[in-house]
Design a binder for this molecule. Structure first.
Ligand SMILES: Nc1nc2c(ncn2[C@@H]2O[C@H](COP(=O)(O)OP(=O)(O)OP(=O)(O)O)[C@@H](O)[C@H]2O)c(=O)[nH]1
Ligand SMILES: [Mg+2]
Length: 237
């Protein structure tokens, strides 16, 4: 079983070394691809150093901060080209617990896309201010109503694709970032008839480093759900 975890990084020097270790110890074959956008704090150089003694660690360096969605698209293309079977998305800041990776991989044996879900077993978020939690929770309901997609946590970023899903999605046609990117990938997999499965995870707000969340990313997602719905209606005509 060839599995690749893809982790985009921008200024994650406090987290990166610990993260690499935590992923590598999940099993003997798992590999990790960092997509670093020329982090000013030197995250990329730290990865270069770690790669000297860790053959299962890889990096793609981009010239500047180009966003989360395009980082994942770059990683997905690499994964398909190199023949990985299971392709995971995971943040670098330990909001996603690397110890959940084996459960994602296990569920991926019988599903096409496994989504680590904060909302499929109550609300499992630690250390978010109540406003952020409310926005995220109601945003996920909004996405569900507009798109019809039966996913309780459509904006989550800890997931595992079987390569057959990524092969069927036109990656050159994905231009969204942030939450919108997660919604778009889920929707495109769902509309093509792939089997989606949510498994419960606990999400913990980052302790080290800084958030790159912006209002722009929220607005982009609010519009994206209508775009997906309208495109589906037009195709059905
Ligand atoms: N390569 C790359 N990585 C990014 C970019 N923006 C964010 N990231 C990484 O994507 C992951 C998620 O970003 P976060 O800043 O944690 O965003 P968030 O999870 O919405 O916000 P917080 O958890 O509150 O910090 C982290 O690993 C970031 O380092 C980007 O433009 N390019
Ligand atoms: Mg984060």
């Amino acid at each position: 079983m060839k599995a690749l975890v893809i982790t985009p990084t921008y200024n994650e020097k406090e987290n990166i070394e610990k993260l690499v270790k935590a992923v590598m110890q999940q099993n003997d074959t798992i590999e990790l691809l960092i997509i670093d956008d020329n982090s000013p704090d030197g995250t990329g150089a730290i990865v270069d150093g770690l790669m000297l003694s860790e053959p299962r660690l890889h990096i793609i360096k981009r010239a500047g901060k180009l966003g989360l969605g395009s980082a994942y698209v770059t990683g997905f293309k690499y994964a398909l080209q190199k023949g990985y079977e299971y392709i995971l998305e995971m943040d670098a800041d330990f909001s996603h617990n690397p110890n959940d990776i084996p459960r994602l991989l296990e569920a991926a044996q019988t599903n096409d896309l496994v989504i680590g879900s904060r909302y499929c077993n109550g609300i499992n978020i630690i250390n978010w201010p109540i406003e952020r939690l409310m926005i995220s929770y109601f945003a996920s309901k909004y996405v569900r109503v507009i798109t019809g997609m039966p996913i309780k946590d459509p904006t989550g970023g800890f997931k595992c694709f079987h390569r057959r899903v990524l092969e069927k999605i036109d990656l050159d046609n994905i231009h969204s970032e942030g939450y919108s990117f997660q919604i778009e990938m889920n929707y495109k997999a769902w509309i093509k008839g792939f089997k989606l499965k949510e498994i419960s995870i606990v999400f913990t707000e980052r302790v080290d480093g800084h958030s790159k969340m912006s209002k722009h990313i929220v607005y982009e997602a609010a519009w994206m759900v209508w775009k997906l719905r309208l495109l589906a209606i037009l195709k059905a005509l």
